[in-house]
Design a protein around this ligand. Structure first.
Ligand code: ASP
Length: 311
């Protein structure tokens, strides 16, 4: 906890059934390295006096480029065997926001969300015109081979088989993942960015909480910036991110109190497995989650880097 605002940054790479028994030491190390690369990318921006908005964009691009995480390269598959990506970014200084839903093509969906924010009058675009906006912004596109990972494909096959055999446990924690970043810059501006492939074997056309402002992504200098990961339908129904801001604004709760309540009560008691990262305009960070693990990390102005997987 600090009294003055210091810049800080947190990232996540998804929450869920992440058990030590299921991760080899090599894989564990790879996850830590992926989180660290994202922190480095965002920290570089903040340390140079850059904006929180640019820091979260840089951090999320690094996570999207890492195939271990369910966003960009490495996104999960719908029940039809295609990838449909959601992303959103929000600037807490202006409350400007941009989002895309169900897109495939841009290498970094978070940049497409930012193009919607910066180059259109709208907050969310889907369909061919979301891609046109990304193309007009000069963003890089990639083919299906770039986004393919064997692990995500295998996860789809096993979920479809369980469904066919009538033995799907439908444990949402088994099927989700997402990446995100929140930051407070040296000026006390906060921002949030979130990007995901959604949930394995989701219905085609399904949009989760990630691109919905106030559900999986939110930022407002008055309160906080939030990026969520988990069972998206529940985050949407409980307006998870907006609820944290509302508790801070109307009930005078601290960032930590508000975020903990939403994750451990509102979400946990309603089948909403998952977690989130949040920062306030003083640079305080909290990272609560209600499942076994959440890939997460943070860095403070002093350059103290930390990454975590389990409780
Ligand atoms: N919240 C994402 C979604 O429902 C998935 C996740 O974060 O794991 O699309």
């Amino acid at each position: 906890m600090t009294d003055t605002h210091k810049f800080s940054l947190a990232v996540h790479g998804g929450a869920g059934t992440i058990l030590k028994a299921n991760l080899t030491p090599e894989l564990e190390a790879a996850y830590h390295a992926g989180l660290r690369a994202a922190l480095d990318a965002g920290y570089k921006v903040l340390a140079a006096g850059g904006a929180a908005l640019d820091a979260v964009t840089a951090a999320v691009c690094a996570l999207e480029d890492e195939p271990l995480f369910n966003a960009g390269r490495g996104a999960v598959y719908t029940s039809d065997g295609v990838q449909e990506m959601d992303a959103a970014v929000m600037d807490g200084a202006t409350r400007n926001a941009g989002a895309v839903g169900g897109i495939f093509g841009p290498r970094n969906p978070i940049r497409a969300a930012r193009a919607v924010m910066e180059n259109t009058d709208h907050v969310m675009l889907i369909g061919p015109n979301a891609l046109n906006v990304a193309r007009d912004a000069g963003l890089d596109f990639a083919e299906a081979e770039y986004f393919f990972t064997q692990a995500r494909w295998d996860a789809l096959q096993s979920t479809l088989k369980m469904r066919k055999d009538g033995v799907e446990d439908d444990d949402p924690a088994r099927r989700h993942g997402t990446v995100g970043a929140v930051a407070c810059d040296a000026q006390g501006n906060v921002a949030a960015a979130t990007s995901t492939g959604g949930m394995t074997a989701k219905a085609p056309g399904r949009i989760g909480d990630t691109p919905i402002i106030g559900a999986g992504t939110f930022a407002d200098n008055e309160t906080c910036a939030v990026s969520g990961t988990g069972h998206g339908e529940v985050f949407i129904r409980y307006t998870a991110a907006a609820e944290i801001a509302a508790r801070m604004r109307h009930a005078g709760q601290s960032l930590e109190e508000a975020a903990t309540h939403v994750v451990m009560h509102d979400l946990a008691n309603n089948d909403g497995s998952g977690g989130l990262i949040a920062v306030d305009a003083l640079g305080n960070i909290t990272m609560p989650f209600n499942c076994e693990g959440m890939y997460r990390g943070m860095v403070t102005q002093e350059g103290l880097f930390d990454t975590f997987i389990y409780r």
